[in-house]
Write a protein that binds this ligand. Structure first.
Ligand code: ATP
Length: 314
């Protein structure tokens, strides 16, 4: 296990009692201090994977090491290094924020430490609410309580299962701030999400899971650079009926009823800037007498990359 890795998943498979295989030979290493986003369509196996890592579901094959501790043979040690933020609060509606969070710490056999609970509540802007009963809190505050509970026993790694499922845009951005703040304080974060935007915004690395297989693990920037395509759009002065034959050698298409030309190029070429290709294209346009009034480029979003990836793998 390399020094900067905090979780190591080796050859993990899971077949449920129903006979359904939810994970197939998953290998993964999570680095200390990173935000890792696990992306995948519904039913891909995201929750199963984090449940196995957290020791809530038994693996059928393979093993998980948490800071070197096997999560089956050395369960207690492995489990206390992990905090898990589930999707919803289950019970405790009538407990106060303070009691709920303090109780979670006790569950891990950690000695009382009011100063730590205070720090956690303050870092999540819950301090003013500490005497409130959970039932009186807004949805956003309840999500913060879930995080506070998971941090009460001072874990090194925090798993967030769909942290922003079903919340409004404002609250989502708010949660992202909270998660970034945690990372700054040295907590390693693993989150599962349906929202590509969330991974694009937050993650250092991204894992894509599809039908129980981890089909890709890559740094976010790398992923976008390698798989991203760029598009150059030229707004034409005069519309065209069809592409002039002199331009056939370029990856061009007509758009906006002939008012725009779109040139697509590969993010990989020339470090992402296809200078030579663009220069040639502009020269050929000039030769064909095509004038344009505006041009702009855009890079494919992680969402486009993801959709393509899941489709290509299918
Ligand atoms: N206890 C179980 N018994 C049998 N099958 C299960 C069980 N739990 C999950 N599954 C199946 O395993 C597959 C993966 O489920 P999982 O919840 O891990 O997916 P997910 O990627 O988290 O999906 P979602 O994004 O919808 O939460 C699904 O097909 C699900 O129906």
């Amino acid at each position: 296990m390399s020094e900067d890795s905090v979780i190591r998943v080796e050859g993990l498979s899971k077949t449920y009692d129903s006979g359904f295989q939810a994970l197939r030979d998953v290998n993964l290493e999570i680095r200390r201090g990173e935000i890792f986003a696990l992306l995948g369509p519904n039913g891909a196996g995201k929750t199963t994977l984090i449940s196995v890592i957290c020791g809530l579901v038994n693996a059928s094959a393979g093993r998980v090491l948490v800071a070197g501790h096997d999560n089956v043979h050395d369960y207690r040690r492995a489990r206390e290094l992990i905090g898990l933020v589930p999707q919803e609060l289950t019970s405790e509606a009538f407990s106060t924020v303070w009691d709920t969070v303090s109780f979670s710490r006790g569950l891990f056999g950690r000695p009382r430490d009011p100063a730590h609970i205070e720090r956690v509540l303050k870092s999540l802007s819950l301090w003013d609410k500490r005497r409130n009963r959970l039932i009186t809190l807004s949805g956003g505050m309840k999500r913060r309580v879930l995080i506070a509970k998971a941090l009460a026993h001072e874990p090194q790694v925090l798993f967030l299962d769909e942290p922003t499922a079903g919340v409004d845009v404002e609250l989502r951005r708010d949660m992202w701030e909270v998660v970034r703040g945690l990372r700054e304080r040295g907590v390693t974060i693993i989150l599962t999400t349906h929202y590509i935007e969330e991974a694009e915004e937050m993650a250092d690395r991204i894992g894509v899971i599809r039908a129980g297989e981890l089909v890709l693990v890559e740094g976010k920037r790398e992923l976008m650079r390698q798989l991203g395509r760029k598009e150059l759009t030229l707004q034409l002065r005069e519309p065209l009926d069809r592409l002039p034959s002199g331009l056939n050698g370029h990856r061009l298409s007509l758009a906006e009823d002939g008012h725009a030309l779109i040139y697509t190029y590969d993010g990989r070429r020339d470090g992402g800037d296809d200078q030579a290709g663009i220069a040639e294209l502009l020269a050929d346009l000039d030769a064909a007498g095509i004038r344009f009034k505006d041009l702009h480029t855009r890079q494919s979003s992680l969402e486009e990359i993801f959709v393509r990836l899941v489709r290509e793998e299918a």
